[in-house]
Design a protein around this ligand. Sequence first.
Ligand code: NDP
Length: 250
Amino acid sequence: MDLNGKHALVTGGGTGIGLAIARALASKGAKVTITGRRMAVLEDVAEDNMFPAVMDVTDDKAVAQVINQAVAERGPIQICVANAGIAEGRKLHKTDTEFWRKIMATNLDGCFYTVRESMRSMLTTDWGRVIAISSIAGVRGSAGAGAYAASKHGVIGMIRSFAEDFMGGPYTFNSICPGYVDTPIVTRNTDAIAARTGVSDDAARAMMVDLNRHKRLISPEEVAAAALWLCDPICESTNGQEIKIAGGQI
Ligand code: NDP
């Protein structure tokens, strides 16, 4: 696959899944704008073809401004990977409004702002790919995941509908739904589950591993492979879909 001449945006591109996707796209020749809230983290990982920019996805004006700047420097965005997200869990009676809004603001509003501004640029071109990183929690429910699951279900519904907005055109919109992937989110989750349930960190991690039928965490590169595949011109017929990369969780 040759992505030379293509400008890609990967939010949350400085760590975990986003970084693996950014590296995969850059390895195929794309110029990749990677964003997050911490410039030091982004600068630390930026390799050839990767361009760091600070962008808080919860701030619609900042998203528009940073994307416009990236477009001015590297051309229209033709690959948008809306990956930035946070994963925190609380049971219903402990889900205060502030917590709910924080999860929605990042995972759902942030995805919307990113895709909207990218699409305004992509529409000036004759080819594009929008990929949103949802979650297996976007198609299931589980204890303590009310806000997170709602945000990730929302991503899937939004992306399906955006696909319909442009169906038959040269752009595709798909969601990827990972199970537990070995990234900083899982490390933080392990700590949180251990603190909430009183089990050891090892036991908390074992609970996540056990959900995977291969009895391991998924690697970020496995998710990146799917994102890269969606950028192949042969994938035009995969549109408005969800791809589960979840170790057999169905
Ligand atoms: P990471 O914590 O490594 O990645 C999350 C990224 O999002 C970070 O780079 C972070 O950068 C960025 N981010 C968070 N909040 C904001 C914000 N307000 N504005 C801009 N950037 C932000 O974990 P993952 O790589 O695992 O997570 C990536 C995505 O994958 C998330 O959407 C997550 O929900 C999803 N996912 C992860 C799974 C897993 O098991 N790991 C499973 C299913 C889905 P910074 O903090 O510098 O802003």
